[in-house]
Design a protein around this ligand. Structure first.
Ligand code: GLA
Length: 747
């Protein structure tokens, strides 16, 4: 059993392979958090020490016990307006105007298997070892019940949490906040790591000590956003890649989110995470329930790499519904950066022919194939063929591409509409906008109101129609603006605070219906690159376009930041043309491929424009990628260097689960002269085994390969020496050279 209840001491203990989580019901019925961390046996109620603190009030029942205050106790789900001044997890308002919640234990249940939450993706019990703890708390005044749900994944080393809030009265209750999780860390002092950015530079790592006060990581864009990714880490100040206590908090949510971290007066840290509560208000009718999104919690005392590996495996194995999650994906060519909107059937076929000749397996037709879409000012919403560009329609194009032996994939942006479109002219009421105010426009497009059932049904009809009519094996699902002017013409005034969340529920319903009806279609998420790179979208699409910045050197930073939470197999990454269209930089094509191989791998250019020598390289890259594909997709991923301005090179490594094979990649990101050799310590190997360098491929180096000295007499090294002393990288010189080294265990 992973969940144990000690009836005498009223403690719940949850155990995964390497972690323990413990809570208890105290004398007044509050659910007190005791411990989350490294596996530890025994009851830890001794950690909860009574103390008196001025201006921290005492509950009425214990008013003479000055050392008892909710304001000082670690809790599983904090209430509000009842004597705890720290971050609340829930804000409820009754019909008679009473704010707050004082949540007390009502009942609990332990069952095998994993709970589900309605309308949103959540982790699946694929290994058959998950258990569920449900603890129901109740606020006597409002009649609000909060069922705290815990999913314990023993092998996965993950604990999931969500909350179900139910109105048990005969009057409506208004929820002004409904977080998924509250995590109190009464001891220790912590750094907060989170990932921020902007369009074309997503998920840059930020790390700083948690300071007194409250720090917020949030989005109000109805997407998880380029700006603040919802995934955060709390780790001890000394934690690094290989050591240190690290907590991960990953919401399975793709909409407006919020994580607040508070360092309180007594040095305790409280983290509350879930739906963004700004502009959120949910009317709970009598008897109705509201489910929060799920949050995936992980802990390790072994540092950030281990934490990432736990998430990588869990997202691939327990969250992503697609059969492609653990399958090798086709190497694709996307025409966006090759043609933008300016293409013809013949041009696409030319690109496809050349791509096929070099080993590419799928052609993806990007933006511009539909409606009157000749630039980004019109056409969104009209998902029928643009006859001026493709006079013969999609059918012969797909047939010809299939005849060449390529799969065919298509770009769509279903959530959007241009003012200049048939759809908008027919249904102006389907757009999210505040009545009487011209909505903020972005990329000249508006957002369809996915909180409306008729809009979701319409999109299902249109998209399932496309997938039925044409032989489409891949969909790139884009979303190219943030939502604003939030108001739904279909909801009454007292439900307008629900639009943000209902939008996400509509999106999930649509994705759920489509991916269930078309399980053989590979979906790739996208939002102007990585503006919606989150666990919610990964439940439906095993891969997401990581960034609209395809410059290989910029991608080092973006992919590095992304790797902390999300699997390498989920990062859409392509080799694009040089000079790069975003930065103007020129990087050797071999190095571009090394970087794209830390992702799904594909191309985003017209391969016809390459020289014969470059074409030969592309052919070889695809063969090489196939040889490494399983290792990249399912191997353990190790960051060997940070990627920041202090570094001259970036290195990373994949190790097969059985430690028999490892692939090391290194890119020189800043030219260096007269520096000594670089010795990089490898990770994750069997220290007692011998490893042989089977391949060492150098790209973009101006020194001829035969003049590059190699260390190691016979190219055989012990795992211990590679890990503790390191591997000496070949001396590279030139603009952005790189190296890929494959080592295998000597049998
Ligand atoms: C977004 C995507 C790009 C491309 C364009 C098309 O920016 O991220 O890859 O599909 O839209 O408009």
């Amino acid at each position: 059993m992973s969940i144990h209840y000690d009836a005498e001491r009223k403690t719940f203990t949850l155990a995964t392979c390497n972690t323990t989580y413990q809570m208890m019901v105290n004398e007044l019925g509050h659910l007190i958090h005791l411990y989350y961390g490294r596996r530890a046996e025994g009851t830890m109620d001794y950690l909860c020490v009574p103390r008196d603190c001025g201006f921290s009030p005492n509950p009425y029942e214990l008013r003479s016990v000055r050392s008892w205050s909710l304001d000082l106790l670690p809790q599983e789900y904090s209430g509000s307006n009842a004597g705890d001044y720290r971050l609340s997890s829930v804000q409820a308002v009754t019909d008679s105007g009473v704010w707050g919640a004082d949540l007390r234990y009502l009942r609990h249940e332990i069952r095998s298997g994993k709970y589900a939450i309605s309308g949103m993706p959540s982790a699946l019990d694929r290994g058959g070892d998950a258990e569920t703890l449900s603890v129901t708390l109740r606020d006597a005044v409002s009649g609000l019940e909060v069922e705290l749900l815990y999913g314990v994944f023993k092998q996965g080393d993950v604990i999931t949490r969500a909350a179900r809030l139910t109105n048990t009265t005969d009057k409506p209750i208004r929820l002004e906040k409904a977080a998924s999780v509250c995590l109190d860390l009464p001891y220790g002092s912590w750094d907060l790591i989170h990932f921020t950015g902007r369009h074309t530079m997503e998920r840059e790592l930020n790390r700083a000590p948690v300071m007194n006060g409250i720090q917020t990581v949030s989005s109000l864009r109805a997407t998880s956003s380029h700006q603040h990714n919802p995934f955060v880490i709390l780790c001890d100040h000394a934690a690094g890649e290989d050591r240190g206590d690290c907590y991960g908090v990953m919401p399975v949510y793709s909409g407006s989110h919020r994580t607040d971290v508070e360092l309180d007066q007594s040095g305790s840290v409280r983290l509350v995470s879930g739906i963004q509560h700004e502009q959120f208000s949910w009317k709970l009718e009598p008897g109705a329930s509201f489910d929060t999104p799920e949050v995936l919690l992980a802990f390790t005392h072994q540092g950030l790499t281990k934490l990432s590996q736990v998430y990588h495996r869990f997202l691939r194995g327990n969250l992503c519904r697609s059969k492609f999650s653990n399958l090798s994906r086709p190497v694709l060519i996307n025409n966006w950066e090759a043609t933008y909107f300016d293409f013809t059937e013949e041009l696409i076929l030319d690109i496809a022919r050349q791509a096929k000749a070099l080993g590419v397996e799928m052609l993806v037709l990007d933006d511009g194939w539909f409606g009157t879409r000749n630039d980004d000012n019109s056409g969104l919403g009209d998902w029928f063929v643009n006859r001026s560009k493709l006079p013969n329609g999609l059918e012969p194009l797909i047939a010809e591409i299939n005849r060449m032996g390529l799969k065919f994939g298509l770009w769509v942006e279903p959530e959007m509409v241009n003012e200049d479109s048939e759809l908008y002219r027919a249904h102006p009421e389907w757009v999210i906008r505040v009545p009487g105010r011209g909505p903020a426009i972005s990329r000249n497009q508006m957002v369809l109101d996915l909180s409306r059932e008729d809009v979701v049904d319409h999109l299902y009809e249109v998209l399932s129609g496309l997938l039925t009519q044409y032989h489409i094996e891949y969909i790139k699902w884009d979303m190219n603006r943030s939502v604003s002017d939030v108001y739904s013409s279909a909801l009454p005034p007292d439900r307008q605070g629900e639009v943000y969340h209902r939008y996400v529920l509509g999106l999930y319903q649509l994705l759920d219906r489509l991916t269930t009806a078309f399980p053989d279609v590979l979906f790739e998420g996208c939002s102007g690159g990585g503006g919606r790179f989150d666990a919610g979208m990964l439940a439906y699409s095993p891969q997401i376009w990581t960034s609209d910045d395809t410059d290989a050197i910029e991608r080092l930073t973006i992919q590095y930041g992304t790797s902390f939470g999300y699997p390498i197999s989920s990062m859409g990454a392509h080799v694009s043309a040089c000079p790069n269209h975003q930065t103007g930089r020129t990087v050797p094509i071999g190095t571009r491929a090394v970087v794209a191989m830390a992702g799904t791998f594909g191309y985003e250019m017209d391969l016809n424009r390459l020289t014969d020598a470059e074409k030969e390289q592309v052919r070889e890259q695809i063969v090489r990628f196939h040889a490494y594909a399983d290792l990249i997709r399912e191997g353990d991923y190790f960051r060997l260097t940070p990627v920041d301005s202090t570094q001259t090179y970036a290195a990373w490594q994949f190790v097969s689960q059985d430690c028999r094979e490892t692939l090391v990649s290194a890119v020189e990101s800043r030219p260096r002269l007269n520096l000594g050799p670089i010795c990089v310590r490898l990770k994750g190997l069997d220290p007692d085994a011998l490893y042989r360098v089977e391949r060492q491929d150098i790209f973009g180096c101006r020194i001829p390969p035969e003049r590059i000295p190699m260390g190691g007499a016979d190219n055989v090294y012990s795992g211990a020496s590679l890990m503790y002393a390191g591997y000496v990288l070949p001396l590279l010189s030139g603009e952005y050279p790189s190296v890929q080294i494959l080592l295998q265990k000597v049998p």
